[in-house]
Design a protein around this ligand. Structure first.
Ligand code: UGA
Length: 432
């Protein structure tokens, strides 16, 4: 099938490349000429394991192409995916849909045969209805169908999540497009992915409800971790103990810093805002947002306590600054609160991240990027493990430091407290 992805951000690029790998002809469109020229040279704008290889392979096979010409690309395609950003509006919690509606408007001018227009951007319930209205201004109802097909890709695991999804959700108000999409996804369905067809509005809400539920699960275990710290219990035992109940499930029950990234913080706020619009009070999601916002302050206080409130001139080694491992994404990372807090209190911070130095810390006083884990740890008073890259999982601390009083604050509970203590270092984790 001939597919067109509008927007070569995270969702558009990963989905487009994976669809081409399944044998479809895909053109990825973006307004950014630079980005398109780079993609044609195999230069990938985001860090995502395995993506570069797939781009190169499929571009070479001519199943994948990149273009800035939206009209031409839409005209030549049977299925158009809208994969543009839906950031939070300024001074509001609701999603800014300008790019989605603008894509709808552009598409409406190019309906030359029956086309399925799929919204893959994360959008509030009823956005599909609005897109349909926009396209109806220029095109006949017979020649298009607007469908919602949300994505469930995690950064850092996106290719695996695309190929082996738990489920594929297609929300459409007509059976013809449901059938075409089932066919498009058949290579994944035959490998075991469940295909769920719903009304369009239901698919839109499935996406927001999924992210809000996962954010709730994480926030729940983070609060339980707070209680564990006060009662001498290891939260890892609680995660295992409750997660083995199939009704609860063990995934997304890892306590850690506040959740971050480009999705959970934005989508929980947008869901609440949509519900408010429909005069429905999502009090659980509201308290999740509040609890998560307070979490970074809580962890800052804990660092202060660990350092006995003597932060000035302490050398802090920060391992991993992105919002989680296997990504270079800094959006809503808890390090954006923790590092400025420590810098303001007079600490000297040496941070290392496998994805390199970050512009966000350039202007901060006494914050420096280290070129290796070893450089970052050397001479430090405390090591804060902020993300769980494999690189951080078996560090020989004794080899890297002569400081016998080194404190390790393991925010991802990677290490066994007993083993660290046996080596003579002080250990603190989350909820243990
Ligand atoms: C999330 C969802 O997991 C995807 O299904 C969804 O498609 C995506 O948002 C999106 O809407 O586009 P992502 O933001 O890439 O994916 O990252 P996650 O792996 O979900 O992690 C989000 C945050 O939760 C991170 O800060 C992570 O450290 C934290 N987390 C996750 C925990 O603290 N504990 C856990 O057990 C799991």
């Amino acid at each position: 099938m001939k597919l067109c992805m509008i927007g070569t951000g995270y969702v558009g690029l990963v989905s487009g490349v994976c669809f081409s790998d399944l044998g479809n002809d895909v053109v990825c469109v973006d307004k950014d000429i630079n980005k398109i020229q780079n993609l044609k040279k195999g230069i990938i704008p985001i860090y995502e394991p395995g993506l570069e290889e797939l781009v190169l392979k499929n571009y070479k096979n001519k199943r994948l192409n990149f273009s800035t010409n939206l009209k031409d690309s839409v005209r030549k395609s049977d299925i158009i995916f809208i994969c543009v950003g839906t950031p939070t509006k300024k001074n509001s919690n609701s999603a800014d849909l300008t790019q989605v509606y603008s894509a709808g408007n552009e598409i409406s001018k190019c309906i030359n045969k029956f086309k399925i227009i799929i919204n893959k951007s994360t959008v509030p319930v009823t956005t599909g209805d609005e897109i349909e209205k926009i396209i109806l201004k220029k095109a006949n109802k017979k020649y298009f169908s607007v469908v919602s097909n949300p994505e469930f890709l995690r950064e850092g695991e996106a290719i695996r999540d695309f190929i082996y999804p738990d489920r594929i959700v297609v929300g459409s108000n007509d059976n013809r497009s449901k059938k075409i999409l089932k066919n498009l996804y058949s290579p994944l369905i035959s490998k075991g992915a469940k295909f769920i067809a719903t009304q369009r509005r239901a698919a839109e809400l499935i996406k927001y409800a999924s992210n809000a539920f996962l954010a709730t699960k994480i926030t729940f275990i983070n609060e339980i971790a707070n209680l564990c710290e006060k009662t001498g219990i290891d939260v890892e035992d609680i995660s295992i103990g409750i997660g083995l109940d199939k009704r609860i499930g063990s995934r997304f029950l890892r306590a850690g810093p506040s959740y971050g990234g480009s999705c959970f913080p934005k989508d929980t706020k947008a869901l609440v805002s949509t519900a408010d619009k429909f005069k429905t009070n999502l009090s659980v999601v509201k308290s999740v947002i509040k609890s998560n916002n307070l979490r970074s302050d809580l962890l800052s206080k804990r660092v202060s306590l660990i350092l006995k409130n003597k932060i000035k001139n302490k050398i802090v080694s920060f391992l991993g600054v992105t919002f989680k491992a296997n990504t270079d994404d800094m959006r809503d990372s808890s390090s954006l609160k923790l590092i400025p807090f420590l810098s303001k209190k007079g600490a000297k911070i040496k941070y290392y991240d496998p994805t390199g130095s970050k512009k966000e810390f350039k202007k901060l006083k006494n914050v420096q990027f280290s070129n290796s884990i070893q450089d970052s740890i050397k001479g430090s008073d405390i090591v804060i493990i902020h993300t769980e890259w494999n690189d951080f999982k078996s560090i020989n601390f004794k080899k890297f430091t002569k400081n016998k009083k080194l404190i390790i604050y393991d925010m991802r509970n990677i290490y066994s407290p007993d083993k660290i203590k046996k080596n003579g270092f002080k250990y603190f984790g989350i909820g243990r």
